[in-house]
Design a protein around this ligand. Structure first.
Ligand SMILES: CSCCC(=O)C(=O)COP(=O)(O)O
Ligand code: MG
Length: 228
């Protein structure tokens, strides 16, 4: 039997609903991005990410307005661009701090994270959202501040979520053998990549998703169904 010592969890579709991200966070960033770039576009951090976005699109010499339009298109397409995610995280800060929204977490998640921590498990996050955005998400969650639950955070600066090497890097950063790490996600291609790296896997199939008769990964409706 494999002993699990660390759990790495995805956010959207796993700890939290897809609709909170798509129907609350993305529209908030979409509406405010042009004004945010107007106000903060000359700070070193924002300039850096604007340049990275333009590089990714192959339009480094383009005027700023074109880069803004590119970023707005990427929000609509839900593109998992590291540059876009970094900028989105900066914009979301204000919505959390002003109390405009709190991050959704499924009802059992907080208690289960506390229980796993109590058992000595080390907990980590791996999401396409930037690390600062992940920290905001769990700090301002509907279940209160969950950041004390997590020992570390990983985003696409570690690598794309569908590539084995990203999970190898995470295992190395955590300092655990891959077989002792459980990765939880709603996306089967991410789970395939984690398994290729030697991780144990858990596939979150939240209601009303269909439960396949023979799932490719151990499948769970909620965190309460998971026994690491
Ligand atoms: C960290 S909150 C925003 C989540 C986000 O932007 C996103 O793309 C979610 O992707 P995930 O990898 O958590 O499914
Ligand atoms: Mg997900």
């Amino acid at each position: 039997m494999t002993v699990i010592r660390a759990i790495v969890t995805d956010i959207e579709g796993t700890t939290s609903s897809i609709s909170f991200v798509k129907d609350v966070l993305f529209p908030y960033a979409y509406e405010r991005l042009p004004a945010f770039i107007e106000t903060h576009g000359d700070t070193p951090e924002v300039r850096h990410w604007l340049h990275e976005a333009a590089k990714e699109a192959g339009i480094v010499e383009a005027p700023r307005q074109e880069v803004i339009e590119l970023l707005l298109r990427w929000i609509k397409e839900d593109r998992k661009s590291t540059a876009l995610k970094a900028l989105q995280g900066m914009i979301w800060q204000e919505g959390y701090a002003s109390g405009e929204y709190q991050a959704h977490v499924y009802p059992e998640v907080s208690a289960k994270l506390h229980a796993w921590r109590g058992e000595g498990m080390h907990l980590y996050v791996y999401s396409s959202g930037s690390v600062p955005a992940q920290k905001l998400f769990f700090r301002y969650s509907e279940a209160g501040d969950l950041t004390p639950m997590f020992s570390g955070y990983f985003d696409t600066e570690t690598g794309p979520k569908r590539e084995r090497h990203s999970y190898e890097r995470i295992a190395e950063a955590i300092g655990e053998q891959p077989a002792h790490i459980l990765f939880l996600s709603d996306i089967v291609e991410e789970l395939d990549a984690a398994r290729e790296a030697g991780f144990s896997t858990g596939w979150l199939l939240r209601e009303p998703l269909d439960m396949p008769a023979a799932p490719r990964h151990p499948a769970h409706r909620t965190f309460d169904d998971i026994t690491p």
